[in-house]
Write a protein that binds this ligand. Sequence first.
Ligand code: PEP
Length: 251
Amino acid sequence: MSRKPLIAGNWKMNTSIAEAEHLAQAIVRASADLQNREVMIAPPYISLAAVADILADSEVILAAQNICWAEKGAFTGEISPPMLKDIGCRMAIVGHSERRHLFGENDAMINKRISGAMEHGIIPVFCIGETLAEREADNTMKILEDQVRHGLKDISITDAGSIVIAYEPVWAIGTGKTATTKQVQEVHHFLRNLMERLYEKNIASEIRILYGGSVNATNVDELMAQPDVDGALVGGAALDAGSFERIINFQ
Ligand code: PEP
């Protein structure tokens, strides 16, 4: 089964509304003739409406940087799946390491967010990753397996294949340190096998596994050449139109 590569830009807490519009326009232009790959961008919530208008006639996918599990109610500061659908989001990042480490989100919460997104037809980009201490203690695969098992608890086989997993080693995010292609391929292969153990072969071969962690215009080609790397989740380099254009045009 061939998996369509996905390049996803996470703008984090950057850009004014005007800057977001400008960047989105540049990305629409840059992706107009792309074939056989998908491009997703996740602007800050306050820019979603403005960016949705700009993406309207393009193939670029609008995403949120997080998503609540509930449809509405007393959840101050959260945004619900129907609200995100209303504004045009087709995907949502869930479990980003900054949410886990700076805002205390745990696996149970992340699992609820994934379920909530799937119930409303929003595809979660489910982020997992080990810290440097966990890697140095040789615990990487165990940590990742726990994150996947808990994050995907009770997610049905029908839904599992459409989820996107993003492997983002915490030590490589925003640090300029990229995992080696060997480390990335080893983890992605492990994750694909894990999906086969948790679900079945078809799910394992259809699920897209992205790498994230200091992906840039220079290292993207080598990363994308790995057999189990189906795309990239890009932070810093997604804020520069020229760099992101080069990344979406990976060879
Ligand atoms: C991210 O935000 O998911 C990320 C990978 O950031 P950066 O590309 O800046 O490391």
